[in-house]
Every structure is written in structure tokens, then in C-alpha cells.
Write a protein that binds this ligand. Structure first.
Ligand code: X2X
Length: 339
């Protein structure tokens, strides 16, 4: 079954014949020849959903309604693991996913999430838009998926808790923290001596509410949009890693689209990704005031001590070994020496 629909000319002709010529023009203008579903895990108020919506609007406008992007934000089609399966089978056409979760299929993808690797966006964006991103996208391609050129922003991740605040690296000992489904996340929080549990974002709110997990980690804009402040008390600025979202398509399906459709779809998604980065960064800073007023207690921590813990636990040695010397050198070319 293909979910990509090219409506039949007959269908249009019949509709037109019944409705008359004036309506026919309107019908034609709104009859999509290509309908692509685009899904994500972010609440509708998060910039990821908002700017994907803007891309959909721009694509509809430029194609006169010929290409319709139907958005399914906020895990409407299932959790990340489910949506990735749907994308691979061809049941879903477009899907944004963390490089680290994608690493369950494309191990090389998680290199952008190495702990404490990035000191600034001036280093990060040129790397992701340049050779480091190209290296990852080539591996994604080999796995049968297509990654759009511009990665979308999630941000630097901070740790929240409903029990004790995380103030020092030692406070992580035994801490029941939810992590996304990804080997690197589990490895990182094991290195912190925490007790990581893998849960898709779709179930995070309820896992925190029922105290299955004590805490989680995410950028501020997402914590706010998903209302995690309702079920968490503390936020520690651990800043332990950066994360984004690759916009992905099924490789076979993407290649099967006409070139003019691919060009206009890619143009607008890539352009809105860049806009979305700026807005998300702004929110990851400005949201602090709002989260404080909603009752989250903020804590600054000595991030160097947290990184030292990863170092002494062998985290960097393990991941340098997994990615290989060449990929690691490509990463450090941008970040500088990591550990
Ligand atoms: O699952 C998460 O925590 C999220 C929303 O940040 C990701 O997509 C990795």
C-alpha cells in the first residue's frame, strides 16, 4: 500500500462536471496530487511543530495545493520507536527524529550527541550543516532513509527531578532517570552511576507523574511545551549534551517523487529549519523565567565535574572506539579536543 496519493484526473473531472466551471477551478487549486504525512514527538506549541507547519503552508502555497503536507505532531501516530518503523515500512513519509534515537538503526548518527562536546552554536551549526552532518547523512542514506540537509533544533539538555535536586555528579548515583531509547543515552547515565530507564517521549509525562522515573533531561523549551514542570520540582543546568532532530523520509519513497516536488519540499523544510533554530534557542533561554514562576527550582552546577565523571568512567574511550578514529577526528575538528 502506498500512502502517497496522486488523485485521478477522472475524479477531478467528475467533481468539476457536477459543481460547474467556477467551482472546478477552486477544486483544482485545492486538490492535492501528493499528500505526505509528517509526524513528530513535540507538542503543538513547540517550535518544531510550529515551523514544520510553516513549511507545510509554504509548500501548499508554492505548489497551488498540489503538494499537501499533513502534520501529525505530539506522537499522534505513536512513540518515536513506532514512527521510525512506520517510516521504514513506507506507511509514514516524513518524520523528525533525534540523531541519538536514529542511532538504533544508524550507529554513526549519535556522534553529534557526545557529552559536553559543544561549547557554542558557532561550532555546532557549521559542523552539522557541513562535513560532520554530511558524514552522518551518508550513513543514514545507506540505511535506506533520506535526511534533509538542515537539522532542526531541540537544544542543550538539562536535568529535572521530582525528588532530590542533582547538584553534584555524585547526586546521580542510583537516580531513576528516564532516557530516550538510544545506546548513547543509556551509556552516558550509566557512566554517571544513575539508573537510566528507556522510555519514549510519548510516555514521559505519565512516567514522571506516577514516579516510575524520578527525573528526565530535556531542553527548557520542550520541558515547558510538554508541561513537565507539573510533575517535576528541580531543574539542574547540567547542559550535558546537545540534541536536534533530523527530518527524515523513506529513501525509496523520496527518490520516487518527481524532482520538482522534491525541490520545493526540501527548499521550504530546510528554510524553516533554520528559522526554527533561532526561535528554539530564544525560547530555551527566555523560558527559564516562566518555568521558575511555575515552581521549578533552578540549580547551577559545575559541569566540568560532571564531564570528569564521564571521563573517569571510560565514556569517551568507549564512544571514540565505537565511532572510530576518523569520525572522532571529524567531530574534534569542530569541537576542539573533547576529553
Ligand atoms: O525524547 C526526548 O526526550 C526528546 C523529545 O528530547 C527527543 O526527541 C530525544
Amino acid at each position: 500500500m502506498t500512502t502517497l496519493t496522486r488523485r485521478r484526473a477522472l475524479h477531478l473531472a467528475v467533481a468539476g462536471a457536477v459543481a460547474g466551471p467556477a467551482v472546478l477551478r477552486i477544486t483544482r487549486a485545492h486538490a492535492a496530487e501528493f499528500t505526505l504525512k509528517a509526524a513528530n514527538n513535540a507538542p503543538v506549541t513547540h517550535p518544531l511543530s510550529i515551523y514544520m507547519g510553516r513549511a507545510a503552508d509554504a509548500i501548499r502555497e508554492e505548489t497551488g495545493g498540489k503538494v499537501e503536507i499533513k502534520l501529525f505532531p505530539n506522537n499522534q501516530l505513536g512513540g518515536d520507536t513506532d514512527m521510525l518503523s512506520q517510516l521504514r515500512s513506507g506507511a509514514l513519509e516524513l518524520f523528525t527524529l533525534s540523531p541519538l534515537i536514529l542511532a538504533t538503526l544508524v550507529p554513526a548518527a549519535s556522534i553529534s550527541g557526545v557529552g559536553f562536546a559543544w561549547s557554542s552554536y558557532d561550532k555546532l551549526w557549521p559542523a552539522m550543516d557541513g562535513d560532520l552532518g554530511a558524514h552522518v547523512r551518508a550513513q543514514i542514506d545507506k540505511a535506506g532513509l533520506f535526511a534533509f540537509e538542515r537539522i532542526w533544533e531541540n537544544g542543550f539538555r538539562q536535568t529535572t527531578s521530582s525528588t532530590r535536586p542533582i547538584l553534584t555528579a555524585e547526586d546521580f548515583k542510583g537516580f531513576k532517570i528516564r532516557v530516550p531509547p538510544s545506546p548513547m543515552w543509556t551509556s552516558m547515565f550509566k557512566a554517571f552511576d544513575a539508573a537510566p530507564m528507556t522510555i519514549n517521549f510519548a510516555e514521559v509525562y505519565s512516567a514522571l507523574q506516577t514516579r516510575i522515573a524520578e527525573g528526565q533531561e530535556n531542553p527548557l523549551a520542550l520541558i515547558e511545551a510538554a508541561k513537565l514542570y507539573e510533575v517535576q520540582k528541580h531543574l539542574s543546568k547540567t547542559n550535558h549534551m546537545w540534541d536536534g532532530f533530523w527530518l527524515l523520509s523513506n529513501g525509496r519513497l523520496w527518490r520516487g517523487l518527481p524532482q520538482d516536488v522534491k525541490t520545493v519540499v526540501a527548499k521550504h523544510f530546510n528554510a524553516q529549519a533554520v528559522e526554527q533554530r533561532a526561535e528554539t534557542l530564544k525560547r530555551n533561554i527566555s523560558t527559564e523565567q516562566d518555568l521558575r514562576s511555575r515552581g521549578l527550582a533552578f540549580h547551577d552546577v559545575d559541569t566540568k565535574a560532571f564531564q570528569a565523571k564521564l571521563q573517569s568512567a571510560g565514556f569517551y574511550k568507549e564512544w571514540k572506539g565505537k565511532f572510530g578514529d576518523d569520525a572522532w577526528a571529524l567531530l574534534e575538528k569542530h569541537t576542539g579536543s573533547i576529553a
